[in-house]
Design a protein around this ligand. Structure first.
Ligand code: RAM
Length: 348
């Protein structure tokens, strides 16, 4: 990693984005639809950016879209968001095809599966569309660049550290993940298993279940986990949808205060559960910054400022200069922990 972010710089970046959001520097036309058509739009430049999250209706992706749209406005391109309703492996394919047919300059995608959208992405790239993955990567040969929110090792470690701290480093834990094929969650889960085995011999991972980044499914899977594992001490949910649903279930149950809920969440979705004592601490990065960086990287590819070679550098507006690392990856920064002491400082 050539661009290094200190903890305080990361906090400053988070706070800056929160301030920008509060100041009204945001999209009013995000949301998209599920028909394959584009929605929204801003700017009148030559660079057209299409944002394709895992699915629509997830506040995490609403926030990353807000950042990407703000960046696109800043460099004078046009912007739209499209996406499926469900985070299913190949649900993004029609949206990719449409974007390519429309001559889109760059597609920014969070993938539900490492390979299911690769053929469509190949065709889009052959038609001249640059492909930037962010948040959840495809196989590297299917895209031009991946914008990584934090290292997979760091994201796994912060969640292992938090659960160990919250359950006294001993007892049964389970994982409530997103969809079973998600590249990002699966990488983090593998590393969490390794870290638990190496450093926490008294913690036993008894189950991993999938809520598909759907609120109701995640809520139901939480109930089922607690029923089938009566000695469960904690749930790690490495998805903002899952952790919020798990916390909501536990907050009104007898498990409140007995079963720890941690993982990756957005401050706005988790605030009430931190304030009511259901949740002690969780982590994330700033999705708005992630989208902002992805859009600037896409623009740099489209204009030819970078090709995705290791060592390429580009300016990402207010976030400063970034360098392309090995495997055509750009790193945003470090994960950040949210708890009762600091959650009031954030609004996303
Ligand atoms: C959900 C999605 C996303 C992931 C976050 C932490 O919003 O699964 O891909 O990065 O959680």
């Amino acid at each position: 990693m050539k661009f290094t972010t200190t903890r305080s710089a990361a906090l400053a970046a988070l706070a800056m984005s929160a301030a920008l959001a509060l100041a009204g520097c945001s999209s009013d036309d995000g949301g998209g639809d599920s028909t394959g058509g584009s929605t929204g739009g801003s700017g009148d430049g030559d660079v057209s950016i299409v944002m394709l999250p895992k699915n629509l209706g997830n506040p995490y992706f609403d926030t990353s879209t807000k950042g990407a749209e703000a960046a696109t406005q800043a460099f004078g391109g046009t912007f739209s968001e499209v996406g499926p309703d469900a985070a299913a492996p190949d649900a993004q394919v029609p949206f990719i095809n449409t974007a390519a047919q429309q001559g889109t300059s760059a597609l920014i995608v969070s993938a539900n599966d490492p390979s299911a959208i690769c053929d469509a992405l190949d065709e889009a790239r052959s038609a001249g569309t640059k492909v930037v993955t962010f948040d959840s990567d495809t196989d590297p040969e299917c895209r031009d660049l991946f914008i990584n929110q934090a290292t997979a090792e760091g994201i796994a470690q912060v969640q292992v550290d938090m659960i160990a701290e919250q359950i006294g480093d001993a007892g049964e834990v389970a994982i409530l993940s997103a969809s079973a094929n998600a590249t990002n969650q699966n990488a983090w889960i593998e590393l969490m298993k390794e870290q638990l085995a190496a450093d926490h011999p008294d913690i036993t991972l008894v189950d991993t279940v999938y809520g598909n980044d759907d609120d109701q499914t995640s809520f139901d899977k939480t109930a089922a986990l607690l029923q089938s594992h009566p000695d469960l001490k904690g749930i790690i949910s490495p998805t903002t949808v899952g952790i919020a649903a798990a916390a909501r279930y536990v907050s009104t149950s007898d498990y409140k205060g007995k079963v720890a809920i941690t993982g990756l969440g957005t401050p706005n979705q988790m605030r009430e559960y931190v304030e009511d004592g259901t949740v002690t601490e969780f982590a994330l990065w700033n999705p708005e910054d992630l989208g902002y960086l992805a859009a600037y990287a896409a623009n740099a590819l489209v204009t030819g400022e970078i090709t995705g070679e290791e060592g390429d550098t580009f300016e990402a507006g207010d976030l400063g200069e970034f360098t392309v690392d090995a495997d055509a990856t750009v790193l945003l920064g470090d994960p950040y922990r949210f708890n009762a002491d600091n959650i009031g400082d954030f609004d996303f």
